[in-house]
Write a protein that binds this ligand. Structure first.
Ligand code: GLN
Length: 485
C-alpha cells in the first residue's frame, strides 16, 4: 500500500488501530517528496530528521497505549510565512533568508499538541502578495496538472504539496484568496475561515484586518479535521473570537433539505470562462438533487471589493512591512555609508518588485493629502459591501460562485499585466473584505485542468460550508482525481 495516497482521516485511523506506524507514514511522504518535488517545486525546506524523530516518539506512545491526539502522526506542510520554532520563515523573500523563527505560531502549537507532524515549509508569493507563486524570490512552483502552468497563489506551495500527494494536509494564509484560488487551480479543498476564527499569532502579517490562516486538504472531511484543531480563541490574538468551535465532523452530512443557497447574479457576468460557468451550473443541479433550494440573489456593491481591497491591503502591508529595515531581521546590505543607507539599500535589495509596488501604493493612500480620498473612502465602501452580504444572509444559508474566473494560466502569462493578475481574485476578495468564511472545492475539469467551486457562508458558519461541500463531494468524483506525475 502506498501510504502517501491516503487521506489524513484514513491515515489517522490506520495509525490509531496500529495497522501502520507513524514512522512509515512520514517515511512514505519523505520518499514521495524526494521523488517528485524536483518536478513541482513545492517545498522550500523539508525537516526529514525532526519529522521522523517525532514519528518514532509517537509510535512508542502508541505502543504504551497512551491517549492519542486528533492529528496523530499526520504530516503537515506549512506555508513559509507561518512561524515554526527553529525552522526558517522566509516569506519567500530575500529579506528573511537566513532567519529562523524562535517560537511557534499559535496554530503550530495546537497542531503539535494534537501530535501532528510538521514535515516542511512550502513556497509562496513573496510576503503572500500575488496569485501565482511567481513572486517568490526563491523558487518556481509548478502546477502538477500541467507543469507549464502556475499553481495559483499565494499559497501555491501548500496547494501543490497536497495535490501532488507530498503531504495529506497543508496550511496556507488567505488575505484575498490565497488559500482558495490555488486550491481551485490544483484541484484540492481549501478553506478561508471567518476572520477571528483562527489565531494569526505567528503568521507574518500582510493585511492585518484581512489575513486568516486556512487549511488545504484532499477532501472535505480532512479540511474539517484540520480546521477543528486550529480554530478557537487565542489570548495572544485579540481579534480571535470567544465563540465555541463546534464539532465539525457532525456537519459532514449529505442531506441539504432546508438549506437555501443564493447565486449572486453579479458574479456571472463578463470575464468568466464558459467552461467554468458550465461547471458551476452543473454543481447547482447536484445541490438541488441533494435537497437544497437554490435561488438568484444580489450583491450590488461587490464589484467595488477589488478596488477597496487593493487600497486597504496595501495600506496595511506598507505599515506591517516597515519593520523589515535591515537592522532587526534577515537581509542587510553590505558596505552601507551610514544608518539611512542601511535602511534604503537593505529594503531596496531585499524586497522584490511586487512587494515594493504594494508598499508604494500603501504609503500613497495613507499620506496626508490622499488619506480621505482613498483610504477612508475604501473603508466606507467596505462597510457598504458588508451590509450587502448581511442582507443576503438574512435570506440564505450560503452563497455559491466560481472560485476563480479561469483555470490555471501559463507561467509568465500574466507577470507583466498586473491588473489581469489582480482580477484572478475577483470572486475571493469580497469574502476577506467582509470577513466571512468560504471554501473552495473541486467541481470539474477543463482541458485537463481543475475548476473550483466557492461556497461562502455567514460569520462563524464554517459548519454549514462543510455540510454543503461534503454533500456535493459525496455525489461527485472530482476530489478523487489526481494528477499524473
Ligand atoms: N492575490 C491577492 C494579492 O495579491 C491575495 C493574496 C493573499 O490572499 N495573500 O493580494
Amino acid at each position: 500500500m502506498e501510504l502517501y495516497k491516503l487521506t489524513a482521516h484514513e491515515l489517522k485511523k490506520l495509525i490509531c488501530e496500529k495497522e501502520v506506524k507513524a514512522e512509515e507514514v512520514v517515511q512514505s511522504y519523505l520518499n514521495r517528496i524526494n521523488n517528485i518535488d524536483e518536478k513541482v517545486g513545492a517545498y522550500l525546506c523539508v525537516s526529514s530528521e525532526e519529522a521522523l524523530n517525532k514519528a518514532k516518539e509517537l509510535d512508542k506512545k502508541i505502543e504504551k497505549g497512551e491517549k492519542l491526539g486528533g492529528l496523530s502522526g499526520i504530516p503537515i506542510a506549512i506555508k513559509d510565512n507561518i512561524s515554526v520554532k527553529s525552522m526558517q520563515n522566509t516569506c519567500a523573500s530575500k529579506m528573511l533568508q537566513g532567519y529562523k523563527s524562535p517560537y511557534d505560531a499559535h496554530v503550530i502549537e495546537k497542531i503539535k499538541n494534537e501530535q501532528g507532524i510538521v514535515i516542511g515549509k512550502v513556497n509562496l508569493d513573496e510576503f503572500a502578495m500575488g496569485s501565482s507563486t511567481e513572486n517568490s524570490a526563491l523558487k518556481v512552483t509548478r502546477n502538477p496538472w500541467d507543469l507549464e502552468r502556475v499553481p495559483g497563489g499565494s499559497s501555491g506551495g501548500s496547494a501543490v504539496a497536497v495535490a501532488s500527494n507530498e503531504a495529506p494536509l497543508a496550511l496556507g494564509t488567505d488575505t484575498g484568496g490565497s488559500v482558495r484560488q490555488p486550491s481551485s487551480f490544483c484541484g484540492v479543498v481549501g478553506l478561508k475561515p471567518t476572520y477571528g476564527r483562527v489565531s494569526r499569532y505567528g503568521a507574518v502579517a500582510f493585511g492585518s484586518t484581512l489575513d486568516q490562516i486556512g487549511p488545504i486538504a484532499r477532501d472535505v472531511e480532512d479540511c474539517a479535521l484540520l480546521t477543528q484543531h486550529i480554530a478557537g480563541l487565542d489570548k495572544k490574538d485579540f481579534t480571535t473570537a470567544n465563540i465555541e468551535v463546534p464539532n465539525y465532523k457532525e456537519s459532514l452530512k449529505t442531506d441539504l433539505r432546508g438549506k437555501k443557497i443564493g447565486i449572486p447574479k453579479e458574479f456571472f457576468q463578463e470575464g468568466l470562462n464558459d467552461e467554468v460557468r458550465n461547471a458551476i451550473k452543473e454543481s447547482i443541479n447536484v445541490l438541488k438533487e441533494n435537497g437544497a433550494q437554490v435561488e438568484e440573489c444580489s450583491l450590488p456593491l461587490a464589484e467595488y471589493a477589488l478596488s477597496a481591497y487593493y487600497i486597504i491591503s496595501s495600506a496595511e502591508a506598507s505599515s506591517n512591512l516597515a519593520r523589515f529595515d535591515g537592522i532587526r531581521y534577515g537581509y542587510r546590505t553590505s558596505n552601507p555609508k551610514d544608518a539611512v543607507d542601511i535602511y534604503v539599500k537593505s529594503r531596496n535589495e531585499g524586497f522584490g518588485k511586487e512587494v515594493k509596488r504594494r508598499i508604494m501604493l500603501g504609503t500613497y493612500v495613507l499620506s496626508a493629502g490622499y488619506y480621505d480620498a482613498y483610504y477612508k473612502k475604501a473603508l466606507k465602501v467596505r462597510n457598504l459591501i458588508k451590509k450587502d452580504f448581511e442582507n443576503v444572509f438574512k435570506q440564505f444559508d450560503a452563497i455559491l460562485s466560481p472560485t476563480s474566473p479561469t483555470t490555471a494560466f501559463k507561467i509568465g502569462e500574466k507577470t507583466d499585466d498586473v491588473l489581469s493578475m489582480y482580477l484572478s481574485d475577483i470572486y475571493t476578495v469580497p469574502v476577506n473584505v467582509v470577513g466571512v468564511p468560504a471554501i473552495s472545492i473541486p467541481c470539474g475539469m477543463s482541458q485537463g485542468l481543475p475548476i473550483g467551486l466557492q461556497i461562502i457562508g455567514n460569520y462563524f458558519k464554517e459548519d454549514v460550508l462543510f455540510n454543503i461541500a461534503y454533500s456535493y463531494e459525496q455525489s461527485t468524483k472530482w476530489h478523487t482525481m489526481t494528477p499524473k506525475l
